[in-house]
Design a protein around this ligand. Structure first.
Ligand code: PMP
Ligand code: GLN
Length: 398
């Protein structure tokens, strides 16, 4: 056995260990465990507490009974790739070729990992917004690239266009955006997306866009960046069934991209999971084919949930940002006298019987101070749960 190779792998893993050399669970795992051990309401990890559409669940049961239990093809089952292509056409007027430009992945997480590992070399730069979803920094670090960030600042969490211009240069290989945005709930306007496309063209960078919350926007329209002129040929668009169909545990994700980019990504992906989720793939194809009314309804129900929780947080004394998309709302705990959201979140089960996530978990070490008192709350929960959590949080100021 080649011992040197084994050590090299160990060294890569070690990069992601904590400073004490021990495994650091993700903030979501940590907070869900805290909710289980304390019995507190879980507004931390972003997963719905109700099942999604019955047609989709039933299609998965049927697929298992029908024997769809072995490896699907490397790209994913044709029925799902065709449904993804039809979905891109129905909602965005894009027509990716299901046989060359659509790839089914183990959640958006694998799509992100395979894309970053396939497209960057050590020394390249990857630009993301900050705060950023936790897996971005981990995979960028594994790739050996330099991670540069563009700050999203309270209360509206939009990037400053000059900051964006300064972050992109000749070394930029990827501009990785997340829209609608986790954890801030912001939705990027057309002008910002146009600037991203312009910069990507100017510096010959690839755009990677994580649009897992594409159907969950409120008072804002989601614009898929790949629809903008000059974008498609250099854009990898990533999404996931988890959020849209309340099936986060199925880990069915996908990406659409020009064929050559997709081939490079597949070269990595086939050695990560190869394939996954055989019986869930045809079920998600059923979901993607649901009528427009389904997609409108999930956004409007979630908007009402946002309203309930945002009002509850405001009443409890937090300064609440407006969320225009995703499962999440950001609340500033400083008006309540809590300046360190990380310690507040550890104490919150005891103080209010609620679990939430500090925004600092989505921020690089050097910038944590800028977000110190901000907390992310998930509102993808039943109305009665949000109302109960609001009641409990109201006790914080007393
Ligand atoms: N990107 C973002 C912005 C997310 O919020 C999540 C999960 N909540 C993911 C990627 C991962 O998606 P999946 O569970 O499909 O891997
Ligand atoms: N994306 C979910 C969130 O932001 C969590 C997913 C996970 O636990 N990795 O809460």
């Amino acid at each position: 056995m080649d011992i040197t190779g084994a050590w090299e792998i160990a060294a890569r893993g070690a990069m992601l260990l904590g400073a004490d050399g021990r495994l650091r669970p993700t903030i979501f795992a940590e907070m869900s465990a805290l909710s289980v051990s304390s019995g507190a309401i879980n507004l931390g990890q972003g997963f719905p507490d109700e099942d999604g559409p019955e047609e989709v669940l039933e299609a998965a049961r049927r697929a298992i009974s029908d024997g769809m239990n072995q490896y699907p093809p490397a790209l994913g089952y044709p029925v799902l790739r065709e449904a993804i292509s039809a979905h891109q056409s129905r909602f965005y007027g894009l027509t990716p070729d299901p046989d060359r430009e659509v790839l089914v992945t183990a959640g958006a997480t694998e799509a992100l990992a395979a894309t970053i590992l396939a497209l960057v070399q050590p020394g390249d730069e990857v630009v993301t917004l900050e705060p950023f979803y936790d897996s971005y920094a981990a995979i960028i670090a594994l790739s050996g690239a330099r991670h540069r960030t563009v700050a999203l600042r309270a209360p509206d969490f939009q990037p400053d266009h000059d900051d964006l211009r300064h972050a992109v240069n000749d070394r930029t290989r990827l501009i990785l955006i997340n829209n609608p945005h986790n954890p801030t709930g912001s939705v990027l306007p057309r002008e910002t997306l146009e600037l991203v496309v312009q910069l990507a063209n100017q510096y010959d960078a690839i755009i990677v866009t994580d649009e897992v919350y594409e159907h969950l926007t409120f008072e804002r329209k989601h614009i898929a960046v790949a629809t903008l002129p000059g974008a498609w040929e250099r854009t990898v668009t990533i999404s996931s069934a988890g959020k849209t169909f309340s099936t986060t545990g199925w880990k069915v994700g996908w990406l659409t991209a020009p064929g050559e980019l997709l081939q490079a990504i597949l070269a990595i992906k086939q050695f990560l999971t190869y394939v996954n989720a055989a019986p869930f793939q045809p079920a998600i194809a059923v979901g993607l084919g649901l009528p427009d009314s389904f997609f409108h309804r999930i956004a409007s129900v979630l908007q009402s949930k946002r309203d309930v929780l945002s009002a509850g947080l405001a009443k409890a004394g937090f300064a609440v940002s407006e969320s225009h998309g995703s499962y999440f709302v950001v609340a500033d705990a400083a008006p309540l006298g809590f300046v360190d959201a990380a310690s507040l979140c550890r104490e919150l089960p005891r103080l209010a019987g609620v679990v939430a996530v500090p925004i600092s978990a989505f921020v690089s070490d050097e910038n944590k101070g800028d977000y110190a008192s901000l907390v992310r709350f998930a509102f993808c929960k039943r109305f009665e749960v949000l109302e109960q959590a609001s009641k409990q949080l109201a006790g914080l100021s007393g």
